[in-house]
Design a binder for this molecule. Structure first.
Ligand code: NDP
Ligand code: 8X3
Length: 250
């Protein structure tokens, strides 16, 4: 049975992907900090289909432990979905919180690096057909006020994905950077530090991407024929367009 290893499986894209893959008979390694949510997910499916592990992407040792403690029937790993991540704050410089910046760097960059390094041997064991899907964002390319460090962490994900693919050349592992635009999950609630009103307002009058839409795309990516590598996939709601550069008049 194929296995998908998911970071950030407690909410949004990760939770929807875990459910879709489990429904379709894949084994799922579901990770995240909120253990109670992982337990709920696990209990929805027949025993043995979902393995859960409490992982904090900012704490490398929790990633190492999770991989070390994987039961034999959850290895090798066929697909690594490097999805866990967050934005914190959207104020432009200088009204920023350095702690928030550090957390985004520790999670979106260091967490993704450490997970990749730890899971890579298990992907190599799976061999032909294995893949890594890294979640980037349109924010890596489309600048907006307050995008500052968040957008830059996703620029890292974009380039790291290409560099990784180059290093893995000649082997079997595919690497994709999946770059969504505006999606409705818990993302904006987290970004606004729990401001429910700001969260609702952000999505007002727009039909955003939903987590299930991303899960469908991850399914499509993970199930391509083994000689196909989709390197970059940008997905946005119809309502979201890259606007022309702003002219700031004095
Ligand atoms: P959610 O907030 O709904 O989900 C984020 C997930 O990341 C949660 O499961 C959360 O788990 C996990 N996570 C956050 N910090 C950590 C941490 N320190 N350790 C482990 N897990 C962590 O948002 P989305 O589903 O929208 O976000 C998923 C990814 O998609 C992120 O990388 C985000 O940057 C990216 N993205 C989102 C877009 C959007 O508009 N929503 C658009 C483009 C990209 P827990 O809190 O339990 O640890
Ligand atoms: C999140 C997408 O456009 O809100 O990565 O920054 S956006």
């Amino acid at each position: 049975m194929p296995v998908i290893f998911i970071t950030g499986a407690t909410s949004g894209f990760g939770a929807a992907t875990a459910r879709l893959f489990a429904k379709n008979g894949w084994k799922v390694v579901a990770t995240g900090r909120r253990l109670e949510r992982l337990q709920v997910l696990k209990d929805e499916f027949p025993q043995g289909l979902i393995h859960i592990a409490q992982v904090d992407l900012t704490k490398r040792e929790t990633i190492v432990e999770a991989v070390k403690n994987l039961p034999a029937d959850f290895r090798p790993v066929t697909c690594l979905f490097n999805n866990g991540g967050l934005a914190l704050g959207s104020d432009p410089i200088p009204d920023i919180d350095l702690g928030d910046w550090q957390t985004m760097i520790d999670t979106n960059i260091s967490g993704l690096i450490h997970t990749t390094v730890e899971v890579l041997p298990l992907l190599k064991e799976a061999g032909r057909g294995a893949s890594i899907i890294n979640v980037g964002s349109v924010a890596h390319r489309w600048a907006y006020p307050g995008g500052n460090v968040y957008g830059a962490t996703k620029a890292f994900v974009h380039q790291f994905s290409h560099n990784l693919r180059t290093d893995l050349a000649g082997g079997d592992i595919r690497v994709t950077t999946l770059e969504p635009g505006m999606a409705k999950s818990e993302f904006t609630l987290v970004r606004t530090h729990g401001d429910a009103e700001a969260n609702e307002k952000f999505y007002e009058g727009v039909e955003p991407i939903l987590p299930g839409n991303i899960a469908d795309i991850v399914w499509f990516l993970a199930n391509q024929p083994p000689h196909i590598n989709i390197s970059i996939l940008e997905v946005v709601p119809v309502a979201q367009v890259p606007a022309r550069a702003q002219i700031i008049r004095k």
